[in-house]
Design a protein around this ligand. Sequence first.
Ligand code: URA
Length: 224
Amino acid sequence: MIRLQKRIAESGYCSRRKAEELITAGKVKVNGNIVTELGYKVIDSDIVIIDGKKLKAQKKEYYLLYKPKSIISSTDDEHERTTVVDLIDSTARLYPVGRLDYDTTGIIILTNDGEFANEMMHPSSQIKKTYIAFVDGLINAEQIKKLEQGVIIDNQKTGKAKAKILEKDFKHKKSKVRLIIAEGKNHQVKKMFEAVDLPVRKLHREAYAFLNLNGLVPGEYRPL
Ligand code: URA
C-alpha cells in the first residue's frame, strides 16, 4: 500500500506536491470515488483517475548489478558517496533488494517493485545466497560443520547453511570458502565466520537464487 500522491508521482504524471493539490481539489478518483484525503493509501490494482484520465501503472523494472567495492547499498547517502542506485541508468525510483556491505562485491538486485522486494527479503522466502569468503586462518572440518549447522550471532542461531573449502593457503594461513545461506541477517556472513574465529578479509556474493554474474564486470548491470 502506498499513499495516493506517491502513486501519482511515481507514475510520472506530476510531482508529489502537484498530486497533493489535485487530491485536495477533488480531481482524483480511486475506484470511482473522489478522494480528497492526503493520507489515503492505494494498492497496485486500485484504479486511479485524474481529471477523467486513467493513471498508467508504473512500469516495473528489475536489474541485476555487479556491485563493485566502495559503493553503498542504499538509495542515497548523507556523505554523498556513490550508491548502487547511481550506477543504474533509469528514471524509476529504484532500491536494492537487501544489502551488501560497502566493501562487499557481487550480485545485487534493484527494482521499483516494492512487493517483489519485500517478498524476496522475507525470511520465509528462503532465497539462497552464495558467498565466497576469504578468511584469515586455516579452516577445518569442525568449523565447516558449525557453519553448516548454525552458529550464534546476535543471540540467535543461524539456519542451516552449506559450506565448502575452496582453497587453503598454508604458507599465509588463509582460506577461501563458499558459503550458501538462506537468510539475510545484518552482516551475517562476516559474523558467522567471526563466530568460528575466522575473520573475513574479503567477501563476494556470486549468486542470488539461480542468478549469477556471468558476463558482467564490477559496475556493470543487466535488466532482468
Ligand atoms: N554478509 C555480510 O557480512 N556482508 C555482506 O555484505 C553480505 C552478507
